[in-house]
Design a protein around this ligand. Structure first.
Ligand code: S3P
Length: 175
């Protein structure tokens, strides 16, 4: 898809996605630091644009509105270069958004087992409006995560180790 020469000219984004609770933001921040690139969290950009928290967006405008804004934010980030981007867990389930992110970046999907996710998501209600039904949501979404271009498993690894693995995945492609 990308050659090393092309990549050095256009500086593709490195986009980190995956289900909620896999550690996308923590890992992406570390990857950005190590690669000396700017870090962008699409949820944070969305919160800034909406002028309210994600639970408030869901409560005030509903999920469809949230998804529209989320797609807009992702397309805007895909128009930039040289970033490390962490997406919200549902962002790249939108085929157009995945296509936009993939056209200017390398998309890496993080994974965790259900027991790891349970430890992070059971009891989490405040910040994540969809966390209550996470098991059903995961089952529904797994086929979509499986077709993401690159994958890194996070179980029994520190964020530091996961970040190194993401960077190795990048280096295997771009050298
Ligand atoms: C969502 C995941 C959240 C956030 C929103 C919806 C999802 O981000 O975008 O609550 O649909 O999976 P995290 O994956 O960072 O929790």
């Amino acid at each position: 898809m990308w050659s090393g020469v092309l990549a050095s000219q256009i500086r593709p984004n490195l986009v980190i996605t995956g289900f909620m609770g896999v550690g996308k933001s923590t890992v992406a921040r570390l990857v950005a630091f190590k690669m000396e690139r700017p870090f962008v969290d699409t949820d944070a950009v969305l919160v800034e644009r909406a002028g309210m928290s994600i639970p408030d967006v869901f409560a005030t405008h509903g999920e469809t509105w949230f998804r529209r804004l989320e797609a807009e934010v992702c397309v805007d980030m895909a128009a930039k270069t040289g970033l490390v981007v962490a997406t919200g867990g549902g962002a790249l389930l939108n085929a157009d958004t995945l296509a936009a992110m993939s056209s200017t970046g390398m998309v890496v999907c993080l994974h965790a087992t259900e027991s790891t996710l349970a430890a992070r998501l059971d009891g989490e209600r405040a910040g994540r409006p969809l966390a209550g039904g996470w098991r059903d949501l995961l089952a529904e979404r797994l086929p979509s995560y499986k077709v993401m271009p690159y994958h890194v498993h996070t179980d029994n690894k520190t964020p530091e180790q996961v970040a190194e693995e993401v960077i190795s995945t990048w280096q295997n492609v771009f050298g």
